[in-house]
Design a binder for this molecule. Structure first.
Ligand SMILES: Nc1ncnc2c1ncn2[C@@H]1O[C@H](COP(=O)(O)OP(=O)(O)O)[C@@H](O)[C@H]1O
Ligand SMILES: [Mg+2]
Length: 152
């Protein structure tokens, strides 16, 4: 599935509902569908808040990763130079944590002294949605954030 959306807050919750409904029906697994919906929400909310130009793309695919089937959710948008830098740093830091829960604990401690935003969105995808995250940023600052989970 691939959809291109105007970056509107309204589309964030509509897309979350759509993903939840579609994948509950297809996968017959309400918990997995909820996790996909939550990750959709966090990633699209970021694209609305931090995207630079007109649109955001949401893609859900199945892939075979190391011989196992996986669901992959991808959101892409254009970022400012500054947000691209923040994202690179966030993913480099995330990679230093072995356990997603340790990463999230650190983010929560940091959130208590932050003035802007919670800074917890990406961490929530790792812990609550139990999905692994990766990020690609090309030379034009098109960011592509992938959330992946194995499926049975
Ligand atoms: N899609 C995106 N485009 C540009 N910058 C992003 C995107 N997603 C995240 N970021 C950057 O990464 C930071 C962390 O995002 P997140 O963990 O969701 O926390 P929050 O949204 O509360 O700041 C954001 O503040 C922003 O600077
Ligand atoms: Mg966020």
């Amino acid at each position: 599935m691939e959809i291109y959306l105007k970056p509107s807050v309204r589309f964030v919750s509509l897309a979350r509902r759509f993903v939840y409904d579609v994948y509950t029906d297809i996968l017959k697994d309400a918990d997995l569908a909820w996790r996909l919906g939550m990750a959709t929400h966090e990633l699209l909310e970021n694209a609305v808040k931090y995207g630079e130009d007109g649109g955001m793309t949401l893609r859900v695919t199945t892939e075979t990763i190391q011989g196992k089937d996986a669901l992959v959710l991808t959101v892409s948008n254009v970022a400012s130079q500054e947000n691209a830098r923040i994202l690179r740093e966030a993913f480099a830091e995330m990679a230093t944590f072995e356990k997603p829960s340790d990463y999230y604990d650190m983010l929560m401690t940091r959130a208590s002294t932050r003035d802007e935003g919670s800074g917890l969105g990406l961490g929530r995808i790792c812990t609550e949605a139990n999905m692994s995250l990766s990020c690609q940023i090309d030379s034009g600052n098109v960011v592509c954030i992938r959330a992946m989970t194995p499926i049975g």
